[in-house]
Design a protein around this ligand. Sequence first.
Ligand SMILES: [Ca+2]
Ligand SMILES: [Ca+2]
Ligand SMILES: [Ca+2]
Ligand SMILES: [Ca+2]
Length: 304
Amino acid sequence: MGLCVLLSIAQRARSAFLTWSSLDPGTAQTPIPTESLIAFRTFRDGNREIYVMNADGSNPRNVTKNAANDNDPVWSPDGSRIAFSSDPDGNREVYIMNADGSNQTRLTDLPEGARSPAWSPDGRRVAFVETRQGNEQIWAIHIDGSNLTNLTGNDARNFSPTWSPDGSLIAFHSNQNGKDMEIYVMNADGSNSINLTNSPGFDGGSSWSPDGNKIAFHSTRDGEPDIYVMNADGSNQTRLTNSPGLDLFPKWSPDGSMIAFHSDRDRNFEIYVMNGDGSNQTNITNNIALDQSPDWQAVVTSTR
Ligand SMILES: [Ca+2]
Ligand SMILES: [Ca+2]
Ligand SMILES: [Ca+2]
Ligand SMILES: [Ca+2]
């Protein structure tokens, strides 16, 4: 029975990536897997909500549907749930819900609040940022609410955790060198923090490629925020976007061929997707409201 479910998921995932569409068939082909989903946050309904849309931008739907400020959506590794941050009872905490928005449940309960959840690849833990102003720390917690652990434990500001695909490492950005924000990688238990970037300006928003070989990130090293990519050891740092807008928070597609990010290059924030080499940058939201923080579903789930 379990094998049947696994086979079903594998077949559905495979068919998703064999089904392509093009947003502009008259010019360059931009293949986007139409059956995979992107979660994002938007202000189009008057307060921040988590939406889910097809990866070509079609069929956007509000899944949180509440009066609170819903932010930072991230898919569970099996694609069945979404972690996010929200403030329905006053301060911002990490929540988990089913992908259709049902069963919204608070995971953290910290006096200073929590945000920026990141799901571990084995689905058992969530890393997040505890928002103690000026001393933000990376923590991890089991999804049953147990084993709350401060992973950074330093005097610096630490943000945006993201797990390596094998679960052994967490990338984040921090000013722990006493200068400006740089991307660091530490062991998943918080030990052995290593600086991967060492450039003037803000480096952050890292996202690990599904094969573990690359990290996409944003940086202001060339003047204003753009998307970059580097090898996971920090070598070969390469610029992918060159727009006058704020290009931020890249996230890889599940097959590693594309990168989603948000940008205000067209004067309001939209979700864009591009090929992994920076070509074919395409606006997939096209909505006058603020659209930000995309996260690409890793696996197409069985509907059962
Ligand atoms: Ca809301
Ligand atoms: Ca820097
Ligand atoms: Ca830019
Ligand atoms: Ca928009």
